[in-house]
Design a protein around this ligand. Structure first.
Ligand SMILES: Cc1ncc(COP(=O)(O)O)c(C=O)c1O
Length: 385
């Protein structure tokens, strides 16, 4: 029979065992402590009336198609970089609907079918799907932990082949929260492969001092694509506005922008009301960011306090919205399943992010504080028994 659907969507999304179990417990009326929620609009943190009103502008009522978005909005993004000490020309900024879309555009810009993109492992699973949809293959380099996070730069060098079209850095990474160090960036940049630097969580440094690296745009690299967006920086995933800043060698950068414009022009993704309101939204966004950061810091402190002197190894929280915990080797089953069934606590299993150590679980630092501490107490109690 003639195949109806493409191979890209052959593998339908499957429900994993944790989700399945969770669904049946909830259906049976069991209350769960959910430590996996990362939707900031459900975090109980914000008053939405003020910023919602700022979207109602006259400019937002007119359609003004522009491949990379309105210059006023691109300028507002460039100013955010200027505030971090990074000089960005608004013409280097391309707006799009989300960073997921940004990845797809850049994969299409750089790669032909079957070519390779190098990404970190562990990391968030969406990259695999984005790669499949863009007809590229992923290869992996490792992020390791030995009391501190580090990129296994040998694994990077080993994985780069003539088919490698881009190297993805995620800083801080999801879920490890690890920031890329300057020396690691220098190694990556020296490989002569364009860098895609996912910096969506970079405004959430949870260490007492700022990270060594504010953005990979400082790299002496041929081509750098720095990604950011309202979704994480200001906890506005529903506004659907993200950006790509194209940096690196000037001539190559201009060529990249001209070609990227062709792609952006085919979609014209960013919506006008949000673009028009962006300068005002950024003002409101600062308070939202502060609230999110405060919760992350408080939960990170709770985690340190509750896991100290326990068999739970809480890995250093450098940044981002998640924390990684390594539980003891005392069980034969999946820890996430045990915690769900015996403690009624929902955590993400490490394998969801491609951790190879099956003692690892991941929790969201965005969880409401009381639920977070109760959940971690139950987790520590079970791990200690
Ligand atoms: C590291 C990282 N980058 C990008 C994204 C995608 O964000 P969005 O598409 O909302 O901009 C996510 C989503 O969780 C993420 O964790």
């Amino acid at each position: 029979m003639r195949p109806v659907f493409s191979k890209r969507v052959r593998q339908l999304a499957t429900v994993n065992i944790i989700t399945e179990r969770c669904q049946s417990l909830r259906a049976a009326g069991v209350l769960l402590l959910d430590l996996t929620r990362t939707n900031p609009t459900e975090a109980g943190l914000f008053n939405d009336n003020a910023w919602l009103a700022s979207l109602a502008t006259e400019g937002g009522a007119r359609y003004q198609p522009a491949p990379f978005g309105l210059l006023s909005a691109r300028t507002a993004v460039a100013q955010m970089y200027a505030a971090k000490g990074l000089a960005v020309d608004p013409r280097q900024v391309a707006l799009c609907g989300s960073t997921s879309e940004a990845y797809t555009w850049i994969f299409k810009l750089l790669s032909d079918t079957g070519e390779q993109i190098l990404v970190p492992r562990p990391s968030y699973p969406l990259l695999e799907h984005l790669a499949t949809l863009a007809d590229v293959r992923l290869a992996h380099y490792m992020i390791d932990y030995d009391g501190a996070y580090f990129i296994d730069t040998d694994s990077v060098r080993r994985s780069v082949t003539p088919q490698t079209k881009a190297l993805v850095l995620i800083s801080p990474n999801n879920p490890t929260g690890s920031f890329t160090r300057l020396s690691e960036l220098a190694t990556m940049a020296s490989l002569g492969v364009p860098l895609i630097s996912d910096e969506v969580f970079s405004d959430y440094c949870l260490l007492p001092s700022p990270p060594e690296l504010a953005s990979a745009l400082v790299a002496e690299s041929s081509l750098v694509f720095a990604l950011g967006g309202l979704s994480k920086s200001f906890a506005w995933p529903q506004l659907k506005l993200a950006w790509i800043v194209v940096g690196g060698d000037k001539e190559l950068r201009e060529q990249a922008l001209a070609r990227l414009e062709l792609i952006a022009d085919s979609f014209l993704s960013p919506n006008t009301p949000v673009q028009v309101a962006l300068p005002r939204l950024i003002d409101f966004g600062a308070q939202r960011h502060a609230k999110v950061k405060q919760r992350l810091l408080q939960n990170a402190a709770t985690l340190t306090r509750l896991t100290k002197h326990s068999p739970v190894d809480s890995w250093e929280v450098q940044g981002g919205w998640s924390a990684v915990l390594r539980l003891p080797l005392t069980v034969t089953e999946d820890w996430a399943l045990i915690l769900l069934e015996q403690q009624r606590v929902l955590v993400q299993p490490g394998w969801f992010y491609d951790f190879t150590d099956d003692r690892i679980v991941v929790v969201s630092l965005l969880t409401k504080e009381d639920e977070f501490s109760e959940g971690i107490e139950r987790l520590v109690h079970r791990a200690s028994s």
